[in-house]
Design a protein around this ligand. Structure first.
Ligand code: ATP
Length: 211
């Protein structure tokens, strides 16, 4: 079973890494691919370049054997829609391999505004990780019905089909965001212990996120 975690990763931090590791263990994933977004369609443009965000992900994940970097969005021209990324992964791994897309609760709460959101569950399962300050009260009624139809409460069942289920996964709550890290650096404070040491060193040696 393969997992994917997409994000801007501007920069990657422990709020991505610790939940990702816990999800690998809870779901017994063979591999978890981190997919930095090149041109995020839903938000402002990142401060670090796509190449820099990719290099920071590479540094942060290198000691965990199940973690890998997938740069397919970086290589694609134009806006990177999740549905296109999932289709290209599906084309690569075939139709029978279980695929789980991991989303934080904040990202999931606006899921019905995503491009071709209903097609996404035909391509993968969605694993929603808890995130501090975001809970399921953010989910509206329309989404509530759809969730009930696809909800799965036992993570062991995810490996029995390739796509189509929603699983809510409780992970350690780390109230860390990339926004907070960028603001911390702009205030000339240290981002240490919010992300890995080699990412902190990379940020400093590339003069990232300063005003
Ligand atoms: P920004 O502050 O720049 O918006 P971010 O910290 O939210 O960035 P992203 O790269 O946008 O990070 O997030 C990628 C994915 O990781 C999203 O699905 C998001 O919900 C999830 N995520 C980010 N931070 C956390 C956290 N602290 N706990 C759980 N999930 C998180």
């Amino acid at each position: 079973m393969i997992g994917i975690l997409g994000g801007t990763f501007d920069p990657i931090h422990f709020g991505h890494l610790r939940p990702a590791l816990e999800i690998v263990e809870i779901l017994t994933l063979d591999e978890l691919r981190f997919i930095p977004s090149a041109t995020p369609p839903h938000r402002w443009q990142p401060e670090a370049s796509a190449q820099q965000r990719l290099e920071m992900v590479e540094l942060a994940i290198k000691d965990v054997p199940q973690f890998s970097l997938d740069n397919r969005e970086y290589q694609r021209e134009g806006a990177s829609y999740t549905v296109d990324t999932l289709q290209s992964i599906r084309d690569e791994i075939g139709k029978n391999t279980p695929l789980c897309m991991i989303l934080g609760m904040d990202a999931f709460s606006s899921f019905t505004q995503w491009h071709q959101w209903q097609k996404i569950l035909t391509l993968c399962h969605i694993v929603i990780s808890s995130r501090p300050n975001y809970d399921n009260r953010l989910i509206d009624n329309k989404m509530g019905n759809w969730i009930q139809q696809h909800l799965c409460e036992d993570p062991a069942l995810l490996s029995q089909s390739s796509a189509g289920k929603l699983y809510f996964c409780d992970v350690t709550q780390l109230d860390i965001s990339a926004t907070e890290i960028r603001q911390t650096i702009k205030r000339t404070k240290s981002p240490r212990y919010l992300t890995s040491k080699n990412v902190v060193n990379y940020i400093q040696s590339n003069d990232l996120y300063k005003d």
